[in-house]
Design a protein around this ligand. Structure first.
Ligand code: ADP
Ligand code: MG
Length: 223
């Protein structure tokens, strides 16, 4: 069994106005290569906090995070950056695309940062975006795209560097229900085709049920 993510005893507290709230109280989880897992919980249950820890975006937690068998706590800044760039892909509720670059460039740039050639990066970006129905939108800036199209570009960008693990935080939470269903289907299909694993935070039971496995975050632990 090859494990892309192993989390043990993850704890995170925040201090808000003299009160300490224990958001994560000892989270354990394991995700195997290629597995698509839902992280389900109501708003405020700690889904984003968990994804930020796993995505090496936030410190301040206790416990162990192993990504492809390597302990994240032992990384220096360069190793953390390399892990985020080469092994992880991110999709957020709001697309966070670069506003001054075209859809194509938004998918090309992370590949260039990783060291791909311009030709390779262009070919892969075109193929990903075409597969998501955006063949006619390659030279559009994000502001000229619909919400669903923007999220598709964000999905293509997240997969551009063939991440072992995609972390998605309410990836269709900003879309109307019909568009969310379509974009989510495309996201699942593409992640499966690419063979990446994914951990997808959602408060939507219906969307969670379409994944391989559902983890429920309740009172700071997974059940
Ligand atoms: P979810 O993504 O499930 O809606 P979050 O992880 O965003 O939940 O938040 C969980 C809890 O942690 C909430 O009570 C939130 O107010 C608190 N929280 C999250 N981030 C911070 C922070 N940076 N500072 C203080 N409290 C925070
Ligand atoms: Mg959240």
């Amino acid at each position: 069994m090859s494990e892309v993510l192993g989390v043990r005893g993850l704890r995170r507290s925040f201090r808000q106005a003299n009160v300490t709230i224990d958001v994560l109280r000892g989270v354990d989880l394991a995700i195997r290569a290629g597995e698509i897992v839902a992280l389900l919980g109501p708003s405020g249950s700690g889904k984003s906090t968990l994804l930020q820890a796993v995505g090496l975006l936030e410190g301040g937690f206790e416990g162990s995070i192993m990504i492809q068998g390597r302990e994240a706590a032992a990384f220096n800044d360069a190793e953390r950056t390399a892990m985020r760039r080469d092994t992880l892909g991110f999709v957020y509720q709001f697309h966070h695309l670069l506003p001054d670059f075209t859809a194509l460039e938004n998918v090309v740039i992370p590949q260039l940062v990783k060291g791909a050639s311009r030709a390779e990066a262009n070919a892969r970006a075109q193929s990903l975006l075409t597969g998501l129905g955006l063949a006619e939108r390659l030279t559009h800036r994000p502001s000229k795209l619909s919400g669903g199209e923007q999220q598709r570009v964000a999905v293509a960008r997240a997969l551009a560097n063939r991440p072992a693990l995609v972390l998605a935080d309410e990836p269709t939470g900003n879309l109307d229900e019909a568009t969310a269903d379509i974009v989510f289907d495309e996201f699942l299909r593409l992640v499966r085709e690419e063979g990446s694993a994914a951990l997808v935070a959602t408060h939507n039971e219906r969307i969670a049920a379409r994944m391989d496995r559902v983890l429920r975050l309740h009172e700071g632990v997974l059940e």
